[in-house]
Write a protein that binds this ligand. Structure first.
Ligand SMILES: NC(=O)c1ccc[n+]([C@@H]2O[C@H](COP(=O)([O-])OP(=O)(O)OC[C@H]3O[C@@H](n4cnc5c(N)ncnc54)[C@H](OP(=O)(O)O)[C@@H]3O)[C@@H](O)[C@H]2O)c1
Length: 299
């Protein structure tokens, strides 16, 4: 599939986050125009900063806050394509996203690529409602449904904090398995969905190449970091309490703990061929990801 629309401005919400910053950097590297939106427009990543140096007119950043609707129309001004990362840690993302999609339509956006989750289907309430809105209301669309990110073990995430601190990953997943996926692969699928001449008009289930339990992940990290770390399984209720104790809204903590329980029951024990089919490259394995990030976990 060929890329098109290099002059069409793409708005990237969550433009400083795991997938958003990678999508923006890739768009820039390929000569597309991108506007990264977040509450910290000054917080450009190395990759986007480098891209800006060489492609100054093609990169913009804008202050954007889901809780401040006055920032929404200015962010959409002149935009034709949208990479939409939902607000994080809110129990009802649809309450933010559906009105934002109305604004996007009014602004002239005709292609939307929504970041969803493998754990959420179109028939579900909440984000599922947003999947339906994107499919029904935009002529060109894609919904990305990635599995759990490998970056949860290295970035600003409770698993990463646990590994760096006590050396524990705590979940209610038991010995259930997840086909963890690298955010680089998600971003690559997203960029194809944004720029391929033919719109994808489908939902993409995106996984890594292999389903692993959290104990498998801990064993691999122990191996590459040369330091013993472990997975501690807890109950769903204990998980909810742990998450809520971090300051997370209780309803969201309950949602995440419920997803863990679904993993324990086997809901995420699957792989898809999406990365290879859409991008032509094999998805990165957890072993390769861990080897590249070993220093993060070393004492
Ligand atoms: N992590 C996973 O394993 C996983 C798996 C499947 C799906 N997902 C989905 O991926 C999405 C992103 O999750 P993530 O953990 O990877 O987070 P992330 O994208 O790394 O970080 C969140 C992004 O949203 C921005 N943001 C946060 N609050 C905002 C606000 N009030 N207004 C505007 N922007 C705001 C942040 O930028 P600033 O802080 O600079 O504003 C940041 O760019 C979530 O919807 C999640 O459900 C995650």
């Amino acid at each position: 599939m060929s890329a098109a629309g290099t002059d069409e401005l793409v708005l990237v919400t969550g433009g400083t986050g795991n997938t958003g910053r990678r999508v923006a950097a890739r768009l820039l590297a390929r000569g597309h125009r991108a506007r990264a939106a977040s509450r910290r427009p000054e917080a450009r990543t190395d990759a986007t900063a480098r891209s800006q140096d060489s492609q100054a007119p093609r990169f913009e950043s804008v202050r954007f806050d889901w809780d401040d609707t006055a920032t929404h129309d200015p962010a959409l001004d002149g935009v034709r394509r949208l990479y939409l990362v939902p607000p994080t840690a809110v129990p009802d993302p649809a309450a933010h996203l559906l009105p934002f999609l109305d604004r996007a339509l009014r602004a002239g956006v005709d292609r939307v690529v929504l970041l969803g989750s493998s754990a959420i289907a179109e028939t579900d309430d909440g984000l599922g409602e947003v999947y339906r809105a994107v499919r029904e209301r935009f002529p060109q669309w894609a919904v990305l449904r990635p599995s759990w990110f490998m970056q949860n073990f290295t970035g600003d995430h409770p698993h990463a904090h646990g590994l760096r601190g006590s050396g524990e990953i705590v979940t209610a997943t038991g010995d259930g398995r997840v086909a963890f996926v690298d955010a680089e692969d998600i971003a690559e699928v997203g960029v194809r969905a944004l720029t391929d001449e033919r719109p994808h008009n489908t939902a993409h289930l995106i996984t890594g190449p292999q389903a692993l339990s959290y104990a498998d992940v801990a064993a691999e990290i122990s191996r590459v970091a040369d330091r013993q770390v472990s997975h501690r399984p807890v109950s769903r209720a204990a998980m909810r309490e742990r998450l809520a104790a971090t300051g997370m809204p209780v309803r969201f903590a309950e949602l995440l703990a419920g997803m863990d329980e679904a993993i324990a029951a086997g809901a995420e024990d699957r792989t898809s061929t999406t990365v290879e089919r859409v991008t032509g490259r094999t998805p990165r394995s957890f072993a390769a990801h861990a080897a590249a990030h070993a220093t993060v976990w070393r004492r």
